[in-house]
Design a protein around this ligand. Structure first.
Ligand code: PBS
Length: 283
C-alpha cells in the first residue's frame, strides 16, 4: 500500500511576463511537497506566508536577510532582462519561467537545481558554479550564459542560496510543519454506475474522496485478482485540501457480479476499503 511520505521536495517557481518595453510582472510561488507555503505577487514588496510555519526555524534576522536578497534580485532581474532583450535582439511579448528545487537526501546532504525557460522551453541552468545553456537552446543562450558568468557576485549568491540557504530552510520547515506534513485523513468510498458504454455493458464507477496525502491505489478486483481495463482518472483536489479520485471499469452486464473496488491508502494501514458491486443494483 502507498507508504507514508518521508521525503519532501521544495519547489520555487517564478513566472515573469514581459508584454512590451515597459509592461512587466513577476510572480513567485513556493511549495513543499504538495503544500504551497509562499506567494510573492508582483504588487507586494514582501514574500507572503501561507502557513503559520512558513518561516521554518529561521530567525527574524535570517528571514529579513533572505527577503532582502530576493527583493534586490527581483529588481535586478527585471532590469537585466530588458537589457538582454536589447543585446540579443529578442521580440516581445516574452515569458520567462524560473524553477528552483531542493531535495534533502540521507546523511544530511541535499540536491538543488535552478533552471530557466524562455517561451516555455528550457534555455539555461546553474551547474556547480556557473550558468550553462540547455541542450537544444537557441544560439543566443551561449551569449547570455557568457554574460551571466562574468558576474562573480551573483554566482556566489546563487550557489549560497542553492547549497546553504534552501537546504537549511527546508530542514526547518520539515521540523515546524511536521504534524501538518504527516497528516493522514481516511478516504470514503462509494460506487455508482456511469452511462452504459454500449448495449449489454455496464460502466462501474468507484469514487474515493477526502483522503490525504495524495498517493492512493484504487483497483477493480475479482477476488484477489485485479481486473484488466481499469480506467484511473486524475486525482482531483477537493476544496478542503483533501483529494478525490474516480476509477471506472466497463464490463458485460452478466459479469458485474463478484467484482469489487479496493482502496489502499496510507491512512488505512493494512485495512483496505473493499466495496462489493451489488449485481441487483438498478443502474
Ligand atoms: C532574455 C531571455 C532570458 C532567458 C532566461 C534568463 C534567466 C536569467 C537568470 C538570471 C538570474 C540573475 C538575475 C540578476 C543578476 O543578473 C544580478 O543583476 C543581480 N544578482 C542578484 O540579485 C543575486 C541573486 C540571484 C538569485 C537568483 C535566484 C533565481 C544583482 O547583482 C549585483 O548585486 C549583487 C549583490 O546583491 C552582486 O554584487 C552582483 O555581483 C551584482 O552584479
Amino acid at each position: 500500500s502507498p507508504e507514508p511520505q518521508t521525503s519532501y521536495s521544495f519547489r520555487g517557481l517564478q513566472i515573469s511576463s514581459f508584454a512590451n518595453r515597459s509592461w512587466t510582472r513577476t510572480d513567485v510561488l513556493g511549495w513543499l511537497g504538495e503544500l504551497q507555503l509562499y506567494t510573492w505577487r508582483n504588487e507586494s514588496d514582501t514574500v507572503g506566508f501561507l502557513k503559520p510555519w512558513s518561516q521554518g526555524t529561521f530567525s527574524e534576522q535570517q528571514w529579513e536577510q533572505l527577503q532582502h536578497t530576493l527583493q534586490v534580485y527581483r529588481r535586478s532581474f527585471t532590469r537585466d532582462i530588458w537589457e538582454f532583450v536589447k543585446m540579443l535582439h529578442l521580440d516581445y511579448p516574452l515569458e520567462i519561467q524560473i524553477s528552483l528545487g531542493c531535495d534533502l537526501l540521507p546523511r544530511n546532504t541535499s540536491e538543488s537545481f535552478l533552471r530557466a525557460a524562455f517561451q516555455g522551453k528550457d534555455v539555461l541552468s546553474f551547474q556547480g558554479m556557473s550558468w550553462v545553456p540547455a541542450p537544444d537552446a537557441p544560439p543566443w543562450s551561449q551569449e547570455l550564459c557568457k554574460k551571466l558568468n562574468q558576474d562573480q557576485g551573483t554566482k556566489e549568491t546563487v550557489h549560497w542560496l542553492l547549497h546553504d540557504v534552501w537546504p537549511e530552510l527546508v530542514r526547518g520547515l520539515l521540523q515546524m510543519g511536521k504534524s501538518e506534513l504527516e497528516k493522514q485523513v481516511k478516504p470514503e468510498a462509494w460506487l455508482s454506475s456511469g452511462p452504459p458504454p454500449r448495449p449489454g455493458h455496464l460502466r462501474l464507477v468507484c469514487h474515493v474522496s477526502g483522503f490525504y496525502p495524495k498517493p492512493v491505489r484504487v483497483t477493480w478486483v475479482r477476488g484477489e485478482q485485479e481486473e484488466p481495463g481499469t480506467q484511473q482518472g486524475d486525482v482531483m483536489p477537493n476544496a478542503d485540501s483533501t483529494w478525490y479520485l474516480r476509477v471506472t471499469l466497463d464490463v458485460e452486464a452478466a459479469e458485474a457480479a463478484g467484482l469489487s473496488c479496493r482502496v489502499k491508502h496510507s491512512s488505512l494501514g493494512d485495512q483496505d476499503i473493499i466495496l462489493y458491486w451489488d449485481g441487483n443494483r438498478v443502474s
